[in-house]
Design a protein around this ligand. Structure first.
Ligand code: SF4
Length: 241
């Protein structure tokens, strides 16, 4: 392990992020008001929200994770709901044409490619896995369009297994804060598997994603109101608020 990759006081970091998140979720709830219908964004990553809404159904988690790539949370939530209403399981998706599936995936980014991949995945699941979504990382990674982020989300959100989902926010904040030094999300995941206590593997993604969207933003982070300021070395921060 390189120097500086021992990580911070994780207990303190996670506690501070959880406290901030609780307050942020209350704020979001007060803005939204009561009585909204459908799947709502409560400040969780979209896939977490979908997992809860669909009782951790692995197919629903897989579909929403594929739809979520390069797509805003709000769009993912709506598309997932539309898609799963017509394709609640792999067999139902295979009954639809590619055009119909693509229309359901719209306006998620790359909706045609995602619809095509999901149809291929559905066929493989029925052919090789009895219509079930596999619960191990390596098998999931063999499915079309499924990368490490998707596979980790499926095993953590649907199967409650150990995984670390590293997206752009987790990758950026971990490096910025000086908890590790890595060149890409996959390296970040591998280092986190070494330095992050297992009990935080699942939690770190939802905490840092929301934090990256609201506070530790890519271009000009809000360092002046950061809850983990004392745990951050602010690597390469040239402009902040
Ligand atoms: S101090 Fe600034 S750069 Fe560091 S985590 Fe907080 S917002 Fe991000």
């Amino acid at each position: 392990m390189k120097e500086g990759q021992a990580g911070p006081d994780w207990e303190a970091v996670v506690a501070a992020l959880k406290k901030w998140r609780g307050e942020e979720q209350k704020r979001l709830a007060s803005i939204r008001g009561a009585g909204s219908a459908g799947i709502e964004n409560r400040g969780d990553p979209s896939v977490t929200t979908v997992a809860e809404r669909y009782n951790k159904d692995p197919w629903a988690v897989l579909v929403s994770t594929v739809l979520s790539l390069r797509t805003k949370d709000e769009v993912t939530l709506k598309c997932s709901q539309t898609f799963l209403a017509k394709a609640p399981d792999p067999a139902a998706l295979l009954e639809l044409s590619l055009e119909e599936a693509a229309a359901l995936a719209y306006p998620a980014g790359f909706y045609r490619t995602k619809a095509a991949n999901l149809k291929k995945i559905a066929a493989i699941l029925l052919d090789k896995y009895g219509g079930q979504v596999p619960d191990d990382l390596d098998t999931l990674l063999e499915l079309p369009g499924v990368g490490r982020k998707t596979a980790n989300l499926v095993i953590t959100e649907a199967y409650n297994k150990y995984g670390i989902c590293v997206d752009v926010h987790v990758h950026r904040i971990s490096n910025r804060a000086g908890w590790l030094v890595s060149r890409n999300p996959m390296e970040t995941e591998m280092i986190l598997r070494d330095i992050l206590p297992r009990k935080f593997w699942k939690t770190i993604n939802p905490l840092l994603v929301l934090y990256g969207q609201r506070i530790c933003r890519p271009l000009s982070p809000f360092c002046s109101r950061c809850s983990i300021f004392e745990h951050c070395r602010r690597i390469n921060i040239e402009k902040s608020r």
